[in-house]
Design a protein around this ligand. Structure first.
Ligand code: NAD
Length: 444
């Protein structure tokens, strides 16, 4: 399941071949490990808006060093630009003035975050200028290279005090495979401040339900949430029961063996969570299947099973958990969509329908939830797992290269994104669909 091309490209002979033939040359991405600093280097701050005054102290609270200038000969690990003060299109030149001199002074795997105001909360010239930021960040994401990432974070004024957990994620190696994204904070209600007691175990004492937890992305979600202090209740089908039990024993978690499409699954899950854990704080709808065929050859059972597992089950389970009051205040509901649900894919009308529906689930719930409960989704691109190992070689090779990082992502990249949504500090992060795709060329 490893990326053989990347291994070849980083070998002595491979480096020569890649250089001479102009082939993609993927940078080995930095990933976070326990005990590592969130940002291994200096963050340079720029811009002049509502948030500029507090950025330094927010980063200080995260143990991250920042400055507004860069000494001669020094390099920056990350750049954060407050663009909330840009109120007309002439003001957009401030982006060029700040970024151009710094672009050649970045360390490898750099992070760039631009902060703006949700355009829909503004009118006239300011709305136009704020909307323009999207083109800037999406293009810079494709230019930055060397494993760098670039994001735009639209912060609603009511959520100005709730940006720390998002900066912690987007500036750290936890967001290794997330780039070119537009995140909205506070645009759909939610908390106005961050409430994290211990950044090293932000989810201590919480309970998470993770479906499809026995392997692949689900296994990694369970591991990362456990690392952050969660008691994980893993769910998987009877065929995967022994792997599930072994993993949950290792993580001091709990397990529930069932098919999430069974008619009584929502009630059984709700009952189990209430009786054994007193409720649930984080719900991750990860279980998913593919049954690819072009629509002309699509048998009904392929259509039905994919929609049932990937979409109807998450919808019904969420509804039951909410209606039965099993989701605790401050709860987090997380869907797992897919790039296919955004861009579409040959042979995947069933799968893409189900995954676009997961985005619909986020959109339908985000303005309805109360008690500080949020709903968000990840949309993974090409993540190296058993699911993608089944993809034919040529398609797999192209799928892995067609992104700004020229490589596939790892399950941990999806898991870290979910851990950010799940954090108690992410109460204002509501209604987002964040792609974990290395800024794939498809669909955006
Ligand atoms: P995987 O096949 O390795 O794991 C899926 C897990 O879900 C398995 O443990 C499986 O037993 C479980 N599952 C399937 N049907 C179930 C059911 N009816 N009830 C309970 N559990 C069930 O897949 P993965 O690659 O780890 O994918 C995880 C999620 O990420 C899926 O929703 C998938 O669609 C999504 N995704 C994956 C990729 C990728 O590149 N791997 C890309 C986009 C989205």
């Amino acid at each position: 399941m490893s990326d053989r091309y990347q291994g070849f490209a980083s070998s002595p002979i491979g480096r020569l071949v890649v250089k001479n033939l102009g082939l993609p040359n993927p940078t080995a991405l930095e990933r976070w490990h326990d005990g590592a600093p969130l940002v291994d280097g200096l963050v340079v701050l720029g811009g002049d808006g509502r948030l500029a005054g507090s950025l330094c102290s927010v980063l200080d609270g995260l143990g991250v060093a920042s400055a507004t200038t860069l000494d001669d000969g020094a390099r920056a690990k990350a750049l954060v630009f407050d663009a909330t003060g840009i109120t007309d299109t002439a003001g957009l030149v401030a982006l060029q003035e700040f970024f151009t001199p710094l672009m050649r002074r970045l360390e490898s795997c750099p992070r760039v975050v631009v902060l703006g105001t949700p355009p829909e909360q503004r009118t006239g010239s300011e709305r136009i200028a704020q909307r323009a930021l999207e083109g800037f960040t999406r293009s810079l994401g494709k230019e930055v290279g060397r494993g760098g990432t670039v994001q735009l974070v639209y912060v609603a004024p009511a959520a100005d005090g709730a940006i720390a957990s998002t900066l912690a994620f987007l500036l750290s190696p936890k967001s290794a495979y997330v780039s070119g994204q537009v995140v909205r904070i506070g645009a759909h209600g939610g908390a106005t401040t961050d409430t994290v007691d211990d950044w090293s175990r932000p989810l201590a004492g919480r309970v998470a339900l993770v479906t499809g937890a026995s392997r692949g992305i689900g296994e990694e979600i369970a591991r990362v949430l456990h690392r952050d202090g969660v008691t994980v209740v893993g769910v998987d089908v009877p065929q995967a029961a022994s792997e599930l039990q072994t993993l949950m024993a290792e993580l001091d978690g709990d397990h529930l063996v069932l098919d999430i499409t069974a008619p009584d699954a929502p009630q059984r899950i709700a009952h189990h969570l209430r009786e054994h854990h007193g409720g649930v704080d984080v719900v991750v709808h990860n279980a998913g299947i593919t049954r690819d065929k072009k629509l002309a050859n699509m048998a009904e059972d392929r259509w039905r099973s994919v929609v049932a597992v990937n979409l109807t089950a998450p919808e019904l389970i969420t509804r039951e958990l909410l209606d039965a009051g099993v989701v605790n205040a401050g709860g987090r509901i997380v869907g797992v969509a897919s790039i296919a649900g955004i861009a579409g894919n040959v042979g995947q009308t069933n799968y893409a329908t189900s995954k676009a529906g997961v985005i619909g689930l986020v959109e339908s719930l985000r303005d309805e939830l109360t008690d500080g409960i949020t709903v968000n989704a990840v949309a993974p691109g090409f993540i190296i797992t058993q699911m993608t190992a089944a993809v034919p070689f040529a398609t797999r090779e192209v799928g892995q290269r067609l992104n700004a990082m020229a490589q596939g992502g790892l399950p941990v990249d999806v898991a870290e994104t979910i851990a950010w949504f799940a954090s108690p500090g992410s109460g204002a992060v509501n209604g987002n669909v964040v792609r974990v795709c290395g800024q794939m060329m498809l669909g955006a």
